[in-house]
Design a protein around this ligand. Sequence first.
Ligand code: HEC
Ligand code: HEC
Ligand code: HEC
Ligand code: HEC
Ligand code: HEC
Ligand code: HEC
Ligand code: HEC
Ligand code: HEC
Ligand code: HEC
Ligand code: HEC
Length: 374
Amino acid sequence: MRVLPLSFAVVLAVASALGGLLVLPGGARAQQQASPGTASSSGGSLSQDDIARMLPSTDMGANAARNADPHLAPVNDSPATPFDAAPIPHNPLAPDAQAIGAKTCVACHSLENVQASHSLHVASFRAGAANTGPQAACESCHGPGSEHAKNPTAPGSIIAFTHGSATTPQTQQEVCLGCHAGGARQHWIGSVHQERGLSCSDCHNPMARLSPEGVLAKPSINEVCATCHKDIMAKFNRRSHMPLPEGQMSCVDCHNPHGTLTRPLLKTDTVNETCYTCHAEKRGPFLFEHAPVRESCLNCHDPHGSNQQTLLVAPLPMLCQQCHTMTRHPNDLQVPTNLGNGSTPDERLMGRACLTCHTNIHGSNNPSGSRFHK
Ligand code: HEC
Ligand code: HEC
Ligand code: HEC
Ligand code: HEC
Ligand code: HEC
Ligand code: HEC
Ligand code: HEC
Ligand code: HEC
Ligand code: HEC
Ligand code: HEC
């Protein structure tokens, strides 16, 4: 049952991909008929629609699933500025520079060009219309290059994306946001990553094809996050963990690294809403609610991993006894004679401990389940 919501998301993704295949070629044909003389429809070159169709669908805001869920606020995903409409960004350190075209860059940077030719952005620019796309293939990100070409070693003469360069992270971000504002990035400004001086290129590298999707700087999302968050990644190696190291989940199932209104970068308004996206059966409603479950799943679970069973933050029965000391069960449960090898073993300390009797710990719908026995 628990895997159902996941497979539903897969079905959605497949369905929308199929939808794209079935619908878009028709749209592209209609466009070509309407404008038979344009450059983009001649000689078998790809249109903007073709490129959009070929790209894998990324779901940063979990939009498809999210927008279908009545409990969540819908995501307004604005599409990127198309390659054919690429602006040449302003370089504040070379305010008078003019665009010189990609051919000139490639003349000196042939090595980078070999790599970049396989990358999504440069390949897409080259697939575009004869004079707009290919010419803008480098300067749409690096800014106008005339001063750099004259004096390549002058710091800041071209927009660079490495931490040691003269270009500020501010300028670097503005380049990418010039085409990728809004959508999943509407809360980038002021987010913890932005404020700690990260730039888009700490996680993305558009100069080579290093990941199957997402233009990432590492082959997978989890590896990207692990470059800085080694401690969190290590927790996923504990005895109990969700299947993230196994590749079935990633950090962005729960977090949006581009910034959110919720700490710490959670994609939903509360922790529990994040958990319900996959563990929907825990949402209830229940006839008898267990107060700490409603308050936050983190009262008992650590989402990144635990050395206890089922991601619990403390072993049973101590977990329960943190809150339940003055119950009608005796308080002096934990004496040596009560342990499994003692003289009077107490079943409340053995095996599943409290859960032996209180089985429905997340809530009960049974009319006589007020103690979560049923
Ligand atoms: C005349 C040859 C030449 C041309 C033309 C040229 N570059 Fe460069 N570029 C260089 C050299 C040499 C360096 C290394 C400078 C250094 O190490 O200080 C460099 C460095 C760079 C850097 C790194 C800058 C930094 O501060 O780290 C970028 C980015 C770059 N070039 C992009 C481009 C782009 C985009 C174009 C086209 C608009 C271009 N280059 C045209 C020779 C050239
Ligand atoms: C989508 C934006 C984008 C496009 C298009 C692009 N670049 Fe880059 N380029 C980057 C980023 C980001 C980096 C930093 C990569 C990294 O983290 O190592 C970079 C790095 C470089 C560097 C290395 C400089 C350094 O700081 O070490 C050179 C040289 C360069 N690009 C040249 C080019 C050339 C030539 C083209 C056109 C064929 C091109 N770029 C197209 C974004 C772009
Ligand atoms: C000229 C506009 C333009 C600029 C500048 C630009 N991009 Fe893009 N980018 C696009 C378009 C168009 C797409 C493909 C359509 C889409 O995914 O929305 C895209 C796709 C992407 C994707 C998604 C790839 C995928 O697999 O879906 C990422 C990530 C990305 N860009 C990052 C960056 C970064 C980082 C920078 C700055 C270094 C940057 N882009 C600069 C236009 C741009
Ligand atoms: C802390 C890491 C990190 C930083 C910083 C970051 N990204 Fe991303 N970005 C990701 C990850 C991870 C994905 C998901 C890729 C996937 O789904 O395959 C992603 C996805 C994207 C996408 C494609 C999905 C979408 O929402 O359309 C775009 C475009 C993008 N990022 C642009 C940017 C831009 C622009 C910046 C800088 C303002 C930036 N990113 C900064 C990690 C980061
Ligand atoms: C280049 C380093 C770097 C990378 C890569 C990186 N982060 Fe971070 N991240 C940071 C820094 C720095 C902080 C701030 C830590 C602090 O203040 O203690 C942070 C904080 C966070 C926080 C806590 C936010 C809060 O409000 O406390 C989360 C969640 C997070 N990152 C998730 C991610 C995810 C998911 C990825 C991968 C997509 C990622 N990070 C990639 C550097 C990075
Ligand atoms: C199942 C959802 C989920 C997944 C997957 C997940 N996180 Fe978290 N993460 C959370 C929640 C919930 C919190 C809030 C924890 C708290 O407040 O104690 C959190 C907190 C954080 C924090 C803030 C500080 C801390 O130590 O708790 C960082 C950093 C972080 N996550 C990074 C990551 C990284 C990196 C990955 C991938 C390796 C990841 N998370 C995967 C749900 C998740
Ligand atoms: C993206 C989907 C997803 C999200 C979001 C998610 N989970 Fe999970 N969770 C899973 C999957 C998949 C499993 C493994 C199920 C299995 O093996 O049967 C799992 C397993 C668990 C388990 C059982 C672990 C064990 O060792 O048996 C617990 C407890 C759990 N999740 C708690 C949470 C909490 C708390 C949250 C919110 C912070 C959360 N989950 C968010 C997908 C998710
Ligand atoms: C009062 C403590 C407590 C809270 C709060 C709590 N859980 Fe649990 N959870 C447990 C215990 C104890 C188990 C082990 C149950 C077992 O082994 O039968 C468990 C098991 C699970 C499991 C795996 C077995 C199953 O029942 O599917 C999932 C998934 C899970 N919890 C999700 C959640 C989510 C989501 C929340 C928040 C809505 C949450 N839990 C809140 C105590 C708690
Ligand atoms: C974070 C504190 C907390 C934890 C941990 C916790 N509980 Fe509770 N539990 C409560 C609260 C608060 C109530 C509601 C008490 C009330 O309504 O008087 C409650 C109610 C109950 C009830 C119903 C009793 C009643 O008076 O209605 C049972 C049974 C129960 N918990 C068992 C457990 C078990 C077993 C565990 C361990 C798996 C556990 N609890 C863990 C806080 C907690
Ligand atoms: C052998 C079965 C059994 C085990 C094991 C057990 N309980 Fe109970 N528990 C009960 C029964 C039966 C009741 C209901 C008594 C009643 O309603 O008169 C109860 C009632 C409770 C209540 C409600 C008390 C009240 O004042 O109404 C709490 C809280 C509770 N148990 C917590 C725990 C905790 C914590 C553990 C583990 C340390 C535990 N139980 C282990 C059978 C068990």
